[in-house]
Design a protein around this ligand. Structure first.
Ligand SMILES: [Zn+2]
Length: 383
């Protein structure tokens, strides 16, 4: 199931090669999953080799759909994603800075999700909800311990969303950057890598780490908060209470302030800076250069600690990548260990700003992928 969900339709013989299972085992498993409605099979196309072509197996998106939600300071997004990873429907709206409270966020998110759910061709196919949020999350129960840039503390987000969406589907919640890392690792620019650093910029800066093929979570699930890595003892105060955190130098506010825009002008402000920079504005280019230098400074340290194969730049950093690429290379060349620098590739997120949203969908698919047989059993029991 995981091979088919991640890689799309493949032949039975390719499934044998990829999973290392026997032909007989693949035939039996595919048969069971086709009978349960999770997969479909069609006649394969002849490959010019003797014998019958191997049947093509594909996931059935109508039989498993998840709702993905994303909460950031600048925008709210929802998507319906089918088994196999195709986005069925999606909506994203910019947010006003005076509507960040938990009550307003829940109301706005429900207003965005409700019409999308109504448009779904088959609502009964929904199997779960995944949520990405710019905050520190206790994954076990979807409790947001703190989200400094939203001004949230101790929010039972899972319970609140279940009530607002009037659903008893399982709701799983995780940190935005952790989910961006997951999506880029499964389907994006980091496919096939075992050591990945995902760095995502918005108002805050988030990090998601894949170490040795596993997501790094830390002892209590709070690992990877690289935005609050102290980089400048002479720097400005951070929303987390500390001073000179990385995000105070490379976050959206720092870019906008240096470019002469209101630091809370959000995605519109960033659009304006990028337009000015493309037009050759010295102030805009200088602001990007400065953010690029601080970004390179922090990345050099992280590359030395984690020795990743890929650094994926998400959100704001993916958008400004063309302007900071050269500065980043200079700073990494100046500050990181040559042995680590030689193996690392720095690239913008290939899933763009949707990486965390798609990662939330991946998280919601986890229970089904981990044990599809159990899921078939439940579907039959409720049918
Ligand atoms: Zn901080």
């Amino acid at each position: 199931m995981r091979e088919l969900h991640d890689r799309g339709p493949i032949s039975r013989s390719e499934l044998v090669a990829r999973t290392g299972l026997t032909r007989g085992a693949i035939r039996a498993l595919v048969g069971e999953l086709v009978a349960g409605g999770l997969l479909s099979e069609e006649r394969g196309t002849p490959q010019g080799t003797p014998g019958r072509p191997s049947p093509l197996v594909r996931p059935n998106p109508r039989c498993g759909t998840v709702l993905a939600l994303e909460i950031t300071v600048d925008s709210l997004a929802v998507a319906a994603v089918g088994l196999g990873g195709a986005t069925i429907d999606e909506a994203r709206v910019d947010r006003r800075r005076d509507r960040l409270s938990i009550d307003e966020t829940i109301a706005d998110l429900a207003a965005l999700a409700t019409p999308l759910l109504r448009r779904l061709p088959d609502r009964d196919s929904l199997i779960g909800v995944g949520v990405a949020v710019v905050g520190v999350v206790r994954r076990a129960d979807g409790f947001v311990t703190m989200a400094p840039n939203l001004g949230w503390r101790d929010v039972p987000l899972g319970d609140r969303l279940a009530a607002a969406l009037r659903t008893d589907l399982p709701i799983v919640i995780a940190n935005e950057a952790d989910l961006g890392a997951l999506a880029e690792w499964r389907r994006g620019t980091a496919v096939g890598a075992d050591h990945v650093l995902f760095v995502s910029g918005e108002v805050g800066v988030g990090g998601g780490l894949i170490v040795d093929g596993k997501q790094l979570t830390g002892a209590a699930g709070y690992g990877g908060e690289i935005g609050h890595m102290p980089v400048n003892p002479e720097g400005s105060r951070c929303r987390c209470g500390s001073v000179g955190c990385w995000e105070t130098e490379v976050g959206e506010g720092a870019l906008l302030r240096r470019a002469g825009h209101a630091p809370d002008s959000g995605r519109e402000g960033v659009d304006a800076v990028l337009e000015e920079a493309a037009g050759g504005s010295r102030t805009a280019l200088g602001a990007l250069e400065s953010v690029g230098r601080w970004l390179g400074f922090g990345l050099a340290g992280l590359v030395n600690v984690f020795n990743p194969q890929v650094v994926v730049l998400g959100g704001l950093f993916g958008r400004i990548h063309p302007f900071v690429e050269a500065t980043l290379a200079t700073e990494l060349g100046r500050l990181s260990l040559p042995q680590s620098r030689e193996v690392v590739r720095v690239a913008p997120a290939s899933l763009g700003v949707d990486a965390p949203l798609l990662g939330a969908a991946e998280l919601a698919f986890e229970p089904l992928l981990a044990d599809p047989a159990l899921w078939i059993g439940q579907a039959e029991a409720t049918a």
